[in-house]
Design a protein around this ligand. Structure first.
Ligand SMILES: [Zn+2]
Ligand SMILES: [Zn+2]
Length: 434
């Protein structure tokens, strides 16, 4: 043990002196970064270990016990880029460059006692039990994330951003960091502000973030793994989080509002959003305007989602809580036919239909239920008069998928009726029965 610790500090020392200090000096950042180079070196070493665990452990496990069988893994490449960019660029820049100036007015003092609402100030005995103190911070940190996550799914403009995380077609060990950077920034500002208020030190904050990240990397992995009937109530496992990523089931429309917790399912249990007993389901989104994220690479996704966000943010409908889809003007719309939306991958097409990315609806689907639903009649809506069974048949045939024992089995897509439709090959993901 002593040898390992000695090796660790030797490597941290070498990194700090030979890499961090020279790089900060070359970028003229030495004065702006208040944290000691050794702390930054430690961050990069821990991050390198995290990436090694993802690539060297989680990724091979996905090959051994996959939750879904994929013909290829092409759709995961962009998620891997998100992870590397966030861990080695965005997160350290935010933590060491942007956060310290924000910390001062709130009262961060660089240790666990500085916050305006310092937990240690309120409960001094916690200071004598650093492990317990860290666990309390951890639970609190997770509760704040739970609250943010509920809002991300409830407020339409926030969903416009967060839906990028859900639009993946292959949920795997790299998917955790597939986020819009504005979404990340909002999240990080709220979490960091709360952490500073309750007096989490920068070192504890980095530990909280990194350890939470590793568990979330595991939870996104394409892995048939459950922690068991007791442990899965204590810690989020891959099965639990995969259910959060399920596509909307038109026959059970509220089912996907579940499993918002990142680390401790207790928050879902307390607030009535936990779902444990459910077979695995296909992941991704039914809304074609959100699924269209997959036409872009990382930079393209950031720009495309920003337009979706702005389309929602600047309209009153973007602030009204509830489930929404987006029409081709990025207008949040809430009364829509779930079967049609889930099956078609056709954007809700505005009558003028001139916006980039708009796709013409087939003639037969133009019948509108908008007037009955009280939405603008200028928006073309799918036929809502068809019986549910007929809609399901249409849904199954047009998407090339059929319902089988609560999960979807893939079949080749049948006669696509739309142009510019995302490739169906990457949708041939088959959840395996547990
Ligand atoms: Zn979510
Ligand atoms: Zn997720």
């Amino acid at each position: 043990m002593h040898a390992i610790l000695a090796l660790w500090s030797a490597v941290v020392n070498w990194l700090a002196l030979r890499v961090v200090e020279p790089v900060l000096a070359a970028l003229h950042l030495s004065r702006l970064v208040a944290d000691p180079p050794h702390e930054i070196a430690q961050y990069f070493l821990l991050t390198a270990m995290q990436v090694t665990i993802i690539a060297g452990v989680f990724r091979p496990l996905e090959g051994l016990w996959p939750a879904e069988r994929w013909a290829d893994r092409r759709a995961t490449a962009v998620d891997r880029a998100y992870t590397l960019l966030k861990l080695f660029g965005v997160l350290p820049l935010f933590t060491y460059l942007a956060l310290p100036p924000l910390a001062r007015p709130i009262g961060g003092a660089g240790d666990n006692t500085g916050g305006v609402l310092s937990l240690q100030g309120l409960l001094p005995w916690l200071g004598w039990h650093p492990v317990l103190l860290f666990l309390v911070y951890y639970a609190f940190y997770d509760l704040v994330y739970y609250a943010i996550h509920r809002l991300q799914h409830t407020i339409p403009w926030w969903w416009a951003l967060h839906s990028l995380h859900h639009s993946q077609r292959q949920l795997g060990c790299w998917s955790n960091d597939r986020d819009h950077y504005l979404d990340d920034l909002l999240e990080a500002l709220i979490v960091a502000a709360v952490a500073l208020l309750v007096g989490v030190s920068p070192t504890d904050y980095v530990l909280l973030v990194l350890s939470g990240e590793l568990l979330q990397n595991l939870d996104h992995a394409n892995l048939r793994l459950r922690f068991g009937p007791v442990l899965d109530k204590l810690l989020v496992d891959p099965h639990y989080h995969r259910l959060h990523h399920m596509r909307v089931d038109p026959d059970r429309p509220g089912l996907h509002h579940c499993n918002f917790a990142f680390i401790f399912p207790v928050w879902d249990i307390l607030f009535g959003t936990a779902l444990f007993v459910e077979p695995l389901r296909p992941t991704g989104v039914g809304d074609p305007m959100v699924d269209a994220d997959n036409r872009h690479g990382l930079v393209g996704q950031q720009l495309y989602v920003l337009r979706r966000f702005w389309g929602a943010f600047r309209r009153r409908a973007g602030w009204r809580p509830g489930d929404v889809a987006f029409d081709e003007r990025y207008m949040p719309v809430r009364e829509f036919d779930l079967h049609r939306l889930e099956a078609s991958q056709i954007p809700l097409t505005h009558a003028e239909g001139r916006a980039t990315g708009a796709v013409a609806q087939p003639e037969s689907s133009v019948s509108s239920c908008a007037s009955r639903a009280g939405v603008p009649t200028s928006v073309q809506w799918p036929r809502c008069s068809e019986p549910a069974s007929a809609q399901r048949a249409i849904a199954a045939s047009s998407s090339g998928r059929s319902l089988k024992r609560g999960g979807f089995a893939s079949t080749p897509a049948a006669s696509p009726t739309v142009s510019r439709q995302p490739s169906s090959s990457s949708r041939r993901n088959t959840p395996m029965p547990l």
